[in-house]
Ligand binder design. Structure first.
Ligand SMILES: [Zn+2]
Length: 331
């Protein structure tokens, strides 16, 4: 998706607020867009950047001027974008310094310069402190747009320097309409229901062919149980999957297995379409280990979410070695 192409239907109120500020030339020099992942905050930030840089001086990008064209092909000389290149890394001080030295010079094409910092909460402490120094006395014609899924992880001093814009989940109807329009309603009602609050996350799942990923994980776990494969080889494959997606999937499966093991067949599952395999697992698992296993996933998920420097291969091997299901009933 072209990130700067449009405002999403559930962002209209936020955009109207921005338009008011743009039309009165009162856009703050530092904005912080925050809310859950999957709401299109980065897309919103790019649209705003393109509008502000546009040479037509209108409230929306004209899509026709030199600035809009260069923005479109990611070569705008007055636009700077910092983001995580890998979900397990952080934004380093060097990147912030490079932006700082660039914005010390005058804009080359547009009347201003824009810096977007996606995943702003993933800055290292030194990077955050370096940014804070810039935000304390920013050059006159630079606007900073910080984007964060985890507001609490940002330095309070950075938060207080920014005008905050909260992004909320869309109404069910609005989300469904958008998903249908973008041909994203196919993956099955279950997946859809899980993503209605964060529609863009469903897009990510579809892009990663989530149903195939699920199939692959089940096949790996079955091979592990039957000793046709081992934790080391499977972890090497799993490392290639998006970590949070992988851990969220395992989490929801184990939660369903716990429900089946302790409540019984009548329980409603989050992964209803996988009832057969989940029931089989619930019958062949070490029930006494299930809750501990869930905690292990939560802990690893927290570390991955904090972008901590973890040895993913090793962590996944440990997780796989502790998989509480066997090929036959043990408990
Ligand atoms: Zn333009």
């Amino acid at each position: 998706m072209d990130k700067s192409s449009s405002i999403l239907p559930w962002q209209k109120a936020s955009w109207e607020a921005i338009e008011k500020l743009l039309s009165t030339d009162k856009l703050p020099q530092a904005l912080l867009l925050y809310g859950m992942e999957g709401l299109g905050k980065s897309q919103f930030a790019h649209y705003l950047a393109k509008s502000k840089l546009c040479l037509q001086n209108s409230l929306a990008p004209c899509e026709d001027c030199r600035s809009c064209h260069l923005f479109q092909v990611s070569t705008h000389p007055d636009f700077f974008h910092l983001a995580l290149m890998d979900s397990n890394q952080s934004i380093k001080i060097q990147a912030v310094r490079e932006v700082n030295s660039a914005i010390c010079k005058k804009p080359q094409l547009s009347p201003c310069q824009i810096v977007i910092i996606d995943d702003a909460d993933a800055m290292t402490m030194s990077a955050a402190n370096s940014l804070l120094k810039i935000l304390e006395d920013p050059p006159g014609n630079v606007t900073f747009i910080l984007v964060s899924n985890q507001l609490y992880r940002l330095l309070p001093t950075i938060r207080s320097r920014c005008s905050k814009f909260s992004f909320q989940s869309p109404d069910r109807e609005i989300a469904l309409e958008w998903l249908e329009k973008n041909n994203l309603t196919k993956p099955g009602t279950e997946l859809l229901e899980q993503c209605l609050e964060t529609p863009l996350y469903l897009k990510t799942l579809v892009e990663h062919d989530y149903p195939s990923l699920q199939k692959g994980l089940v096949s790996d776990l079955t091979a592990l149980c039957h000793e046709r494969s081992n934790a080391i080889s499977i972890a090497a494959v799993w490392q290639q999957h998006p970590t949070m997606m992988l851990l969220d999937t395992l989490f929801s499966w184990v939660l369903d297995v716990i429900k089946l093991a302790f409540i019984g067949d009548s329980v409603l599952l989050k992964n209803e379409t996988m009832r057969e395999i989940l029931t089989e697992w619930s019958k062949n698992c070490r029930q006494d280990r299930l809750h501990d296993y869930l905690l292990k996933i939560i802990k690893l998920r927290a570390l991955a979410n904090e972008k901590a420097n973890i040895n993913l291969q090793l962590s996944l091997e440990v997780l796989l070695l502790g998989w509480p299901v066997s090929s036959q009933k043990r408990s």
